[in-house]
Design a protein around this ligand. Structure first.
Ligand code: COA
Length: 155
């Protein structure tokens, strides 16, 4: 696992589009966060990049929720489509959790979609020990709920 570098930007843009999971506005928001992460100080956004043979194959972006005293939000996690299912996501999330614990974080929160195309993503979070703590019906679109998952990291 390594820090975000400027050379990652085009690679991660292609990776995000290649997942075929994100709408264009979502890709643009993800890129905005990457750009903030590449500025000095990182704008409060932390990044980890997973590599295979020197190539970025996945990344995660997270940060402390500034209105809390130790709850961190996972803003983004994505693995290159051809590399999915090979353990990169689990390693990325475990690394994020270790960084949150090291920062005395109490909890990591994740928001995701409830539509059928996100079934694998939800399976991933459940497999990694996350618990559904809230569901906002029809949040993104009619029939597409927002799900909130959490894992306590102080127990
Ligand atoms: C979700 C994502 C980050 C997971 O990363 P990954 O590298 O594919 O996942 P891993 O190989 O580390 O899988 C970890 C665990 O998740 C579970 N999992 C993965 N895919 C699953 C599926 N389709 N159904 C159920 N569980 C699944 C497995 O149980 C696996 O456990 P194992 O290690 O015991 O096999 C990745 O698939 C991805 O980028 N998806 C598209 C983008 C996305 O949805 N991002 C999140 C937006 S909220």
């Amino acid at each position: 696992m390594r820090a975000l570098e400027p050379r990652d930007r085009p690679v991660l843009e292609a990776l995000l589009r290649g997942t075929e999971m994100f709408y264009e506005p979502e890709v643009l928001v993800a890129l905005e966060l990457i750009d903030l992460g590449l500025t000095p100080g990182g704008g409060g956004y932390e990044f980890a990049v997973a590599e295979r043979e020197g190539r970025a194959v996945g990344y995660a972006c997270w940060g402390l929720n500034p209105m809390s005293d130790g709850v961190h939000d996972l803003y983004w996690i994505a693995v290159e489509r051809a590399e999915q299912g090979a353990g990169h996501g689990r390693k990325l999330l475990a690394y994020v959790e270790s960084r949150v614990r090291a920062a005395q974080g109490r909890c990591l929160m994740i928001e995701t979609g409830g539509k059928p195309s996100y079934a694998a993503t939800r399976g991933f979070y459940l497999a990694c020990g996350y618990v559904e703590v809230a569901r906002l019906e029809d949040f993104f679109r009619i029939g597409d709920d927002k799900l909130m998952y959490a894992k306590r990291l102080d127990r």
